[in-house]
Ligand binder design. Structure first.
Ligand code: TRP
Length: 429
């Protein structure tokens, strides 16, 4: 069974807060328990460098985010958990994609455009203070996604355009060089909570209104008590739906408890009592994880080992073979595979090559052709990566063997195919 690949990246530029937990960490870990899903979670530390140029902060944030996900229940034996900068193939792919990325496409990226608009509003040069890193952000992100042929990428609305760009770049590459990439889809989880922050606006580091996920108990209590409310007195009915306190409560309570709290609002619960109930509810969910978090963060070397191990296995399993295939596709090839034309050869057959394509039936195929002749024709595959893997296997083997997904072309013998494959054979590290 091919599992659906779901990939999530977290920029390592801050400390996780309750909004990240309810909006991303908790739903992602729940989804990863589905056996039909293969999950990828990574710390996007290259992305962090685009906005944070304080090395200690990047390091600290990487540690805190890794420890948070582990404390919340991520099991590195069940999912892929790694750090972007431990996979050099991601940056290598970034360059391959850069070379098919239209500059005009990148000009239209929201984050870049917003910076240009700000500059214009301040009558500055369009590109004042804008790094090429910010401009290239979507290409790096596309490489994160495409390198593992992710099917789904759960993101907030602000990231949808980036997923579309990843599709776009993947499609362009496929068009030029054959079907190598799965085109990813954004998964917008409608039922996932967006939490209000202390001031009632969306909880976000940029509004400075967050409750850190693993704030010590006393600090958690203090922050919850500082949530802005209206001035209704005890006994006065309160509108639950308009209240930040209630929104937060609902994100951490069962439906039953949330309904009971709604009732308490209707009959005029005091704000102090509502906040105390909220504090107790959040603390009950967070405190076992907080203990694990504190134990983890006290042993950063163990987290380092976990991340390196994840990256190493992932590189072996997917990243290196993928890049070997892509390098071959674009022509960064082993020169010893060049068929040297010898002047005294009467007639050298044209070199054989693989062509990958998608047919009208929606399936993915490949064939091995030599000039006009079709030497091999594959059966249809549901996913382009399966076709790509079959091609890669044939190239590595250098002979047909028992590649059962292929039929010989008309009048073609196994020996001919083996000879053609032997000439193409190349080492895949
Ligand atoms: N840009 C994402 C954010 O800021 C983080 C990210 C980097 C990401 N690479 C990714 C998310 C790949 C999903 C897939 O939230």
């Amino acid at each position: 069974m091919t599992r659906t690949r779901v990939l999530t990246g977290i920029t390592t530029s801050g400390t996780p807060h309750l909004g990240n937990y309810a909006g991303a960490i908790r739903p992602a870990l729940e989804a990863s328990r589905d056996p039909s899903v293969e999950s990828f979670y990574f710390l996007a530390d290259y992305h962090a460098l685009i906005k944070v140029q304080d090395p200690a902060r990047v390091q600290r944030s990487t540690l805190e985010i890794a420890a948070s996900w582990l404390a919340c229940g991520l099991d590195p034996a069940q999912v892929w958990f790694y750090r972007q900068s431990d996979i050099p193939e991601i940056t290598e792919l970034t360059w391959l994609l850069t070379c098919v990325a239209g500059k005009g496409l990148l000009n239209r990226a929201h984050a870049y455009k917003a910076s240009v608009d700000r500059n214009r509003a301040e009558s500055q040069d369009d590109d004042a203070g804008i790094t090429a890193g910010l401009f290239m952000y979507p290409v790096l992100m596309a490489a994160d996604i495409l390198i593992f042929n992710a099917d789904k990428v759960p993101v907030g609305r602000d990231q949808i355009q980036h997923i579309e760009m990843a599709r776009d770049l993947g499609q362009r590459f496929n068009h030029l060089y054959g079907e190598h990439f799965t085109l990813p889809e954004a998964a917008i989880e409608a039922h996932v909570a967006t939490l209000p922050g202390l001031d009632g606006r969306k909880m976000s580091k940029s509004y400075d209104n967050v409750i850190p996920l693993f704030a010590p108990r006393e600090q958690l209590k203090k922050l919850i008590y500082s949530i802005v409310t209206d001035s209704r007195v005890p006994g006065e009915p309160k509108d639950a739906d308009a209240s930040n306190v209630f929104q937060l409560y609902r994100a951490f309570a069962s439906d039953e408890h949330a309904e009971a709290m709604r009732g308490a609002f209707e009959v005029g619960i005091a704000w102090g009592d509502a906040k105390q109930a909220l504090f107790e509810r959040i603390d009950a969910e967070i405190s076992p994880m907080r203990e694990r978090y504190e134990a983890l963060i006290a042993k950063p070397a163990d987290i380092e080992t976990i991340l390196r191990d994840g990256a190493q296995r992932l590189r072996e399993r997917y990243a290196r073979p993928m890049l070997a295939q892509l390098r071959e596709a674009v022509g960064l090839r082993d020169l010893s595979s060049v068929v040297v034309a010898m002047s005294n050869d009467v007639e050298k057959p044209a070199p054989a090559m693989f062509k990958q394509y998608r047919d009208a039936d929606g399936k993915f195929y490949f064939k091995l052709v030599q000039g006009e002749r079709v030497l091999l024709q594959s059966a249809g595959f549901d996913a382009p990566r399966d076709a790509g893997q079959c091609v890669a296997a044939l190239k590595v083997a250098g002979r047909l063997g028992d590649a059962h997904a292929c039929a010989l072309g008309e009048g073609v013998t196994t020996d001919e195919v083996d000879a053609a494959l032997a000439l193409m054979a190349e080492r895949v590290e």
